[in-house]
Design a protein around this ligand. Structure first.
Ligand code: SAH
Length: 248
């Protein structure tokens, strides 16, 4: 089972869940594998007696679940974010299977918080939500019937984590400055990019195409450190200053 220090660093995030029973069943899935942190983004019916009933003894996990208004807020403190999807999207994004995702999570768990995000029962996660994730995780399944029940998908990801963890302890070897920044810092960087690129006439707000999503994909690959983010923001500020001096 997963060591409780590691478990504290891993958040399972359910986005916009419609059926409270699935929230309860997901809480149960977490607890059976030694995980404890459940985050709910705009659950449609919650709290709910049905969720508690389906949690069946994992109601402590349910009671401690944090509720958020947006996915951005739920993952703001995370340095690594994995998004699960039943379908492989047209937008190319780095992909992992559940076993590879467990390896990645356990390799990085000593460096800060990690989120694994699950989508809506009917339509999964939107492309915008997936763009907030570093990796897309797909559970290999029947190509003609690939969509698992939400709590079943949660169970598989948690099971792989538990199997791969083998009593691992989190290691805190790296210096903070050498770590990728958290998502809150990244959102500030994207906000700065967007306003600076509009000011520099590089981004047309009326016809943005996919520029911001492509930049997200680029930075999701790079996963910059605080120093690197500071350099980029310094460059943007200098460019904005130049543009203002030139009277644009
Ligand atoms: N039609 C939806 C399916 C949603 S199933 C879609 O295309 O994504 C509800 C959630 O369960 C998904 O958002 C995902 O988080 C998880 N899930 C279900 N099947 C999965 C699979 N094969 N691989 C990864 N995640 C899966």
């Amino acid at each position: 089972m997963i060591n409780s220090d590691i478990a504290q660093q891993i958040k399972i995030v359910l986005v916009d869940t419609s059926h409270p029973g699935n929230i309860g069943a997901a809480a149960r899935a977490l607890k059976t594998m030694g995980l404890a942190r459940l985050a709910l983004v705009t659950p449609q019916v919650y709290p709910s007696a049905e969720a508690t009933a389906r949690a069946s003894g994992a109601d402590d996990v349910l009671a401690q679940a944090e509720v958020f208004e947006t996915l951005e807020e739920a993952i703001a403190d995370c340095r690594l974010v994995l998004g699960t999807s039943a379908r492989l999207r047209s937008l190319k994004w780095p992909q992992l299977n559940p076993r590879e995702s467990a390896d990645r999570v356990l390799a990085e768990v000593g460096q800060g918080r990690i989120a694994i995000v699950f989508g809506r029962e009917r339509v999964g996660l939107t492309n915008e939500e997936l763009a907030l994730c570093h990796y897309l995780v797909n559970i290999p399944s029947n190509p003609d019937y690939s969509s698992l029940n939400l709590a079943a998908a949660v169970q598989i990801l948690c099971y792989e984590l538990s199997m791969q963890s083998g009593g691992a302890e989190p290691s805190h070897s790296e210096e903070l400055g050498a770590l990728p920044v958290d998502q809150d810092e990244m959102e500030r960087l994207y906000g700065h990019f967007e306003s600076a690129l509009i000011e520099l006439d590089f981004l047309d707000p009326d016809n943005p195409k996919h520029l911001m999503r492509r930049l997200r994909r680029l930075f999701n690959r790079v996963r910059p450190t605080q120093n690197e983010v500071n350099i980029l923001r310094g460059i943007l500020t200098a460019a904005q200053r130049c543009c203002r001096v030139a009277g644009k």
